[in-house]
Design a protein around this ligand. Structure first.
Ligand code: ZN
Length: 735
């Protein structure tokens, strides 16, 4: 779905932990390895998952001794020590680009929901309205023969409308119609967002879009791999146009035109690093000024077709993009816009059409770009689509079967404990002055903890879902969601809204709402087990809770105040101290290699890296306080502290295809904890009083105290050693 590819909320919401189930491309994260070392090759041949629904979610312990590799040295790589067994036992399934604990649980939840939804498929008077929507949507999606028999018919009306476009001046209302059904961002993103100047109100926002490749850098880079991908992309575009009926020679020429338009848009788009700066994507602009940037675009007709409330002032998030769009609308002939729109439409809708479109779409976006050998089975696509388009209707179906009030209460109490640790931590920060501390605490105390699911799920009553029109259902659900967001323009902010569904295996901090959100899906084993030994749950979910909290104070989150206004509440001195320390983290992560010779873009991942480090330290401190009076036992030969750190590290067990790693090196803000694991252990050890190190973390700390893993004699490690030493002295969040 295009909607997710260009989801404007990505700019607002910082997703914590990768692997959010997406309709097409379930993301995973890359495995950074220290420069100069070689990652163990990931096993890739896997038998496909059994094709049957699950009647219950399988149980996996939060700390799984069988997933460890005790031959690895935890002082050198906590990740290899904790995950070596898991990586050998969990080759990447043939329909996945990567495979990790998150995607594994996501797939188990999908198989579980498959059974639940199938039971709702037969028409019955006992179904609730929400159950009817889910069941009928799934039935229509699973009707593969019906979908194939319709061929291009579902988008025929829209293709005819594009063919009838006689003038660029008529493009605006057509684009509005296309974006409603095919997804926001077809040419640019237009929706609502919280006003960064006034956290109580929603305003309209326009931002960049219009690209078929995963990032603007794919159009601008000149290395051989990037050139090769562009060549394959042009060929893919040509084949899609041929499926629409264009002659092969014409399609080849058209695809070059499309690349030219997209390249111009890409060059005018901000980089991902720039988009992380909230000031660079916030430009309150009068609608007349936007019209002046794009004089050939009929904004009143566009807004009217969307039934948008009155828009006098909006956030033009990327003015340079709209200026370039204005220039293109003036110079590119209307025939070329028709070509471009036909491609954008079929690209967005390919997965809802017949088998040839689905296959060609898979061949480029999954096989070529991400190295995936086989498409997913249809049931999996359909479950994912239900969650993506009608996900809040799944709330009760999922929560009632999997998420107990006891689990919710324990997650809430652990969150409160970790928040108390952050309060203590802020009070003790040596580098932060009293005024900034006062503001930081006010922000911390204002954070809203949202755990499990929304109190009021969305009502999908307005979406017509016949049982025999899959593509139509997708278009109507897309239009429903976009109209819902557009209707919020000018309205008060709904502070109860969630941006993930209850079954989602992920979590996020929302800097505008100043909330941390943990869907039920991420609060299940193997991440969290309220009944089990607490140490690994603190290490895993506790670190995730701390991670989200820390986002409120990372290089992005710290720019928003307690209510979510974009407002500088730091003294100049404290801001400078923060930037200095953040630069240490950034320099450290820049040392790590993702794949080939591609290093982590640590300017892009800085917020996640800071959150990973800070979150772990907070979780560790919270666990120590919670268990200070308890007698904790060794388990599987691990001290309680070691259990914490193995639980923490096993969160990140993962195998990835190299193609996927290359995509994520450009697009992903997460580095995951392969590198963070050892760093967090190192920082924790340094923060402990020397006499208690051995008692707490055993020999891991003993060795660490004399420089475990730093290998001072190894030339490649020396810069890291210096940075880690600096980090230890100036911890952003102290252990
Ligand atoms: Zn995060």
């Amino acid at each position: 779905m295009l909607l997710r590819r260009y989801a404007p909320l990505a700019a607002l919401v910082c997703f914590a932990c990768a692997s959010a189930p997406a309709p097409v491309i379930p993301p995973a994260a890359f495995l950074p390895v220290p420069a100069g070392t070689t990652a163990a090759p990931a096993p890739v041949a896997a038998a496909p998952a059994p094709e049957a629904p699950l009647s219950a979610l399988p149980f996996s312990p939060v700390l799984d001794a069988a997933s460890m590799d005790r031959s690895a040295d935890p002082c050198v790589s906590l990740y290899d020590y904790s995950c070596g067994g898991w990586r050998r036992a969990n080759p990447i399934p043939s329909d996945q680009a990567s495979w990790d604990e998150y995607s594994k649980l996501t797939q188990e939840i999908q198989r579980f929901l498959w059974g639940v939804i199938e039971e709702l498929t037969p028409v019955s008077a006992t179904r609730t309205p929400g159950q009817s929507k889910i069941g009928d949507y799934f039935a229509a999606c699973m009707d593969e023969r019906g979908v194939d028999s319709r061929g291009l018919t579902p988008i025929k009306t829209e293709l005819d409308a594009i063919d009838a476009l006689a003038s660029v001046h008529d493009l605006a209302p057509l684009l509005a119609r296309l974006q409603l059904s095919a997804g926001n961002g077809l040419l640019f993103v237009f929706t609502s967002e919280q006003d960064s100047d006034d956290a109580t109100r929603m305003i309209a926002v326009g931002s960049a879009g219009g690209l078929g490749l995963p990032d603007r850098d794919y159009y601008t880079k000149t290395d051989a791999k990037s050139e090769a991908i562009r060549t394959k992309y042009v060929a893919h575009v040509g084949r899609m146009l041929a499926l629409l009926g264009d002659a092969e020679s014409a399609a080849a020429q058209e695809s070059e035109t499309i690349l030219r338009i997209e390249t111009a848009l890409a060059k005018a788009s901000l980089t991902r690093v720039d988009r992380r700066d909230p000031y660079k994507v916030f430009h309150k602009t009068r609608i007349e000024a936007l019209e002046a940037m794009t004089p050939d675009f009929a904004w009143p007709a566009f807004l009217g077709t969307l039934a948008a409330p009155s828009v006098r002032v909006l956030n033009v998030a990327q003015p340079a993009f709209f200026k370039e769009l204005g220039a293109l609308l003036h110079t590119v002939p209307v025939a070329e816009w028709r070509t471009y729109l036909r491609w954008r439409l079929v690209d967005a809708r390919a997965q809802n059409l017949s088998a040839p479109f689905v296959a060609e779409d898979f061949d480029f976006y999954r096989r070529t770009l991400r190295g995936v050998p086989s498409p997913p089975p249809r049931w999996k696509r359909c479950v994912r689509m239900v969650d993506d388009q009608l996900g809040e209707a799944l709330r009760d179906e999922f929560v009632h079967r999997t998420f107990s009030p006891g689990t919710k209460a324990r997650a809430a109490s652990m969150t409160a404990e970790i928040e108390r640790e952050m309060d203590t931590d802020i009070a003790g920060l040596g580098w932060m002055g009293p005024e900034t501390k006062r503001q930081a605490k006010a922000k911390l105390h204002a954070i809203v903890n949202m755990i499990g699911y929304p109190d009021k799920p969305r009502d999908y009553g307005a979406v017509a879902i016949p049982r025999d029109d899959f593509a139509g259902n997708v278009a109507r659900a897309s239009a429903f969601e976009q109209r819902r967001r557009i209707a919020q323009i000018g309205k008060p902010v709904d502070r109860t809204e969630w941006h993930m569904t209850a079954p989602t295996v992920n979590a996020y901090y929302n800097s505008h709402l100043n909330s941390i959100n943990f869907p039920a899906g991420v609060l299940l084993p193997p991440f969290f087990d309220a009944r089990d030994n607490d140490a690994p749950s603190y290490g895993d979910t506790g670190s995730t809770i701390g991670h989200e909290l820390t986002h409120g104070f990372d290089d992005h989150g710290r720019k928003f105040d307690a209510r979510g206004n974009l407002k500088d509440w730091w003294t100049k001195k404290d801001a400078a101290a923060f930037e200095l320390q953040a630069s240490c983290v950034m320099n450290q992560y820049a040392e790590y290699v993702v794949v080939d010779d591609i290093h982590i873009n640590s300017k892009l991942t800085l917020g996640e890296d800071v959150a990973d480090l800070g979150g772990t330290m907070l979780a560790y401190a919270a666990w120590k306080h919670a268990t200070s009076a308890a007698h904790l036992a060794d388990v599987d030969g691990l001290t309680p502290d070691q259990q914490f750190f193995v639980g923490f590290a096993q969160w990140a067990c993962e195998n990835s295809r190299p193609e996927q790693l290359r995509v994520r090196a450009v697009t992903d803000t997460h580095t995951r904890r392969r590198s963070t694991g050892s760093t967090a252990l190192r920082r924790t050890c340094r923060s402990l009083p020397a006499p208690s190190r051995a008692a707490r973390v055993g020999r891991w700390c003993d060795r660490r105290a004399v420089g475990c893993g730093e290998r001072r004699s190894a030339r490649s490690e020396a810069p890291l050693h210096r940075r880690w030493s600096l980090l230890a002295r100036s911890a952003l969040v102290r252990g």
